[in-house]
Design a binder for this molecule. Structure first.
Ligand code: SAM
Length: 255
């Protein structure tokens, strides 16, 4: 499925599952406060991070390719204080090809979203757009997961990812299957969303998406090629040193 439509069928589930995931927000807020200029979040989804930064006084633009995800973000924006609402701009665009006609002091792509770009051409196109929109000396943060050696060896995994109670008394649960293709550094991910209503009726939604995994120095080279120099690489949002597992959070400066 093309990236534009990919998230539309699951936009309704996104906040139910992710609204309590907040551990990355302080890092983006700290970096935004350091640069003291406008901020751009690419692949901003339902605004999980954008809205929090706007509430804290940051002028921020959120850009996403999925209209359904942006619709959720816009609805949540209307519940903010008027001043916070004014600090947010929403853009419906592709992070591989956007031209906003302005520059930013901080740009970030959080939560593994860059790994939805399947080809090197897509990755380079995206980073070229980032570089063009970054002020000289501005910062770019890229957060991706580090390939897990354990999963790579197993090649295929089936994992239960937990459940949530819905307001109407139904229960939502998600299971993931992942198959690794090491030649192309691709993971074919399938998420199975099961909603069981109070009468026990099951409604299943299958969602498949490709994920491209990246190695540390491959990512560094891509950033350098786009005119950015990596200043720090963290292994988690508390800025722990990278140790090959978990996350790779690159903080790069525009050269
Ligand atoms: C995992 S969600 C992350 C949402 C949000 N940043 C967060 O941290 O909660 C991934 C988002 O990437 C968006 N996305 C995927 N490919 C994109 C592209 N080429 N351009 C812009 N957004 C894209 C999807 O529509 C989806 O909203």
């Amino acid at each position: 499925m093309e990236l534009k439509k990919l998230y539309d069928p699951v936009a309704k589930f996104y906040d139910i599952e992710h609204q309590d995931f907040r551990s990355d927000i302080p890092l983006y807020l700290e970096e935004a406060r350091k640069v003291k200029g406008p901020v751009l979040e690419l692949a901003s989804g339902t605004g999980r991070i954008t809205l929090e930064l706007a509430k804290q006084g940051i002028e921020i633009t959120g850009l996403d390719i999925s209209k359904a995800m942006l619709d959720v973000a816009k609805e949540k924006t209307s519940a903010l204080e008027p001043d916070a609402q004014k600090r947010i701009t929403w853009i419906h665009a592709d992070m591989r090809s956007f031209d906003l006609g302005r520059k930013f002091s901080l740009i970030f792509i959080p939560f593994n979203s860059f790994q939805m770009l399947e080809t090197r051409a897509d990755q380079e196109a995206c980073l070229a757009c980032v570089s063009r929109h970054l002020e000289k000396g501005g910062r770019f943060i890229l957060s991706v997961f580090a390939p897990s050696y354990d999963r790579i060896v197993k090649r295929s995994m089936f994992t239960y990812l937990g459940s949530h109670d819905l307001p109407d008394g139904s229960k939502l649960s998600r299971t993931e299957s992942a198959k690794y293709d090491h030649v192309n550094q691709m993971i074919s991910v399938e998420w199975i969303y099961d909603v069981v209503d109070p009468q026990g009726n099951l409604k299943r939604t299958l969602w498949r998406f490709p994920v491209r995994y990246l190695w540390r120095f491959e990512a560094e080279l891509l950033l350098e090629k786009a005119g950015m120099k990596v200043e720090n690489l963290y292994g988690d949002y508390s800025r722990r040193e990278f140790d090959h597992n978990g996350s790779m959070i690159f903080v790069a400066a525009k050269a």
